[in-house]
Design a protein around this ligand. Structure first.
Ligand code: ADP
Length: 294
C-alpha cells in the first residue's frame, strides 16, 4: 500500500557525496587522536527529541558511539563535524530513515516527545509526517508544483481545503510569490534553490513538528543558499529544525545550538552555538572549528 510520507520523502539512498570538504584519511585519523576526554553535553529542558545511548552499526562497522543529547523545541540545532563522522546517520535515526538501509542496526533510545520511536507500535510513516526531512539534493517529483505539495495529502485522502493548505505551505517555504502563477508547471522546471524550497513546502504540508535537513544548501549557489538560511531562521518560529552542515560559517549563522561529532562517530560537544564557536571546551573541537583538520 502506498503511503504519504514514505513516498513523499523517500530518499535516494546513495553513497555520501560530500564534495566541498574532501577529508583525507590522514587528517581524519589525526582528528581521533587525543580525543579521549569525556564529551561535554549541555542538558536541555523539555527536549522534543532525545537520544539516550543511541548507537548505530552498519554491518560490523560502528558509525555512532553512544550518543545522549536532548534537542530543544522550536530552535535550530546544527550538527557539524568532518565527513564520515556520523552526522547523517544520527539525523536519519530521528525519523527512522535508517530503517530503509538494510545494513543499519540501531541500539539505545531515540525519543520524540518522550516516546521511543523504535518502539514496536510506532508507525514509521506517521512518524515521518511529524518529523519531515529535506535532503542535500532537491528531489521534487516529476509533477506540477501544486501536486508536489499536495501529493501526500491526496494520497491520504486528506483533501479538505487543499488549495489553501498548498498555498499556506508554499508561503511558509517562502516560495509562493515566485510560483503562484505557475502552479500547474512542473516542479522540475524550477531553479535548484526553488526546488529545495518546494521540498520544504512538501514537508510542511504534512504538518510536521520537526524538520530534518541534511546539507540543504550545499548544492546551491550563494544567493539560493542565503534564502534557505533565512528560511531556516523563520521556520524555527514554528518548528524544531535540525540541520546537518559541513559549512561552519553557516552553522554559526543559523543555529541556536551546535552538536559537534568527531571521527569514529563520537559526539564530543553540544552547547549553545556561540559557546561552541567562541569558547569550546574541547581542544579537538577548537581545532576543527578553526580549520586545523576536516
Ligand atoms: P557524515 O554524515 O558525517 O558524513 P555518515 O553518517 O554518512 O557521516 O557516515 C558515517 C559512517 O557510516 C561512515 O563511515 C560511512 O561510510 C558509514 N555509512 C554511512 N551510510 C552507510 C551505509 N548505507 N552502509 C554502510 N556504511 C555506511
Amino acid at each position: 500500500m502506498s503511503d504519504s510520507i514514505g513516498d513523499t520523502t523517500a530518499p535516494e539512498i546513495e553513497t555520501e557525496t560530500e564534495s566541498e570538504v574532501e577529508t583525507g584519511s590522514e587528517s581524519v585519523a589525526d582528528a581521533a587522536v587525543g580525543d579521549e576526554a569525556d564529551p561535554t553535553i549541555t542538558t536541555v529542558d523539555n527536549p522534543v527529541v532525545e537520544a539516550n545511548e543511541l548507537t548505530v552499526h552498519y554491518d560490523d562497522v560502528q558509525a555512532l558511539q553512544p550518543v545522549s543529547m536532548g534537542i530543544p523545541e522550536e530552535e535550530v540545532t546544527a550538527i557539524i563535524g568532518p565527513s564520515g563522522c556520523g552526522k547523517s546517520t544520527f539525523l536519519r535515526c530521528i525519523n527512522r530513515m535508517n530503517d530503509l538501509v538494510d545494513a543499519a542496526r540501531m541500539n539505545g533510545e531515540l525519543r520524540f516527545k518522550g516516546k521511543n520511536v523504535y518502539d514496536e507500535e510506532v508507525d514509521p510513516v506517521a512518524l515521518r509526517r511529524k518529523i519531515g526531512m529535506v535532503f542535500q539534493k532537491p528531489n521534487p517529483f516529476p509533477k506540477s508544483i501544486y501536486d508536489n505539495v499536495a501529493y501526500g495529502l491526496k494520497v491520504r485522502d486528506d483533501t479538505e481545503n487543499l488549495d489553501e493548505r498548498v498555498e499556506r505551505a508554499l508561503k511558509r517555504a517562502a516560495l509562493w510569490d515566485e510560483v503562484k502563477d505557475q502552479l500547474d508547471e512542473s516542479g522540475l522546471e524550477l531553479s535548484g534553490g526553488q526546488q529545495q524550497r518546494l521540498c520544504i513546502a512538501r514537508a510542511i504540508a504534512a504538518d510536521p513538528e520537526v524538520i530534518l535537513m541534511d546539507e540543504p544548501a550545499s548544492a546551491l549557489d550563494p544567493v539560493a543558499t542565503s534564502k534557505i538560511e533565512d528560511l531556516i531562521a523563520e521556520l524555527a518560529e514554528d518548528y524544531t529544525v535540525i540541520v546537518v552542515t559541513h559549512n561552519m560559517q553557516q552553522a554559526a549563522r543559523i543555529s541556536d545550538k551546535t552538536a559537534v561529532f568527531l571521527t569514529g562517530g563520537k559526539l564530543v560537544e553540544f552547547d549553545d552555538t556561540q559557546k561552541i564557536f567562541e569558547n569550546p571546551d574541547h581542544q579537538r573541537v577548537e581545532d576543527y572549528i578553526t580549520g586545523k583538520f576536516g
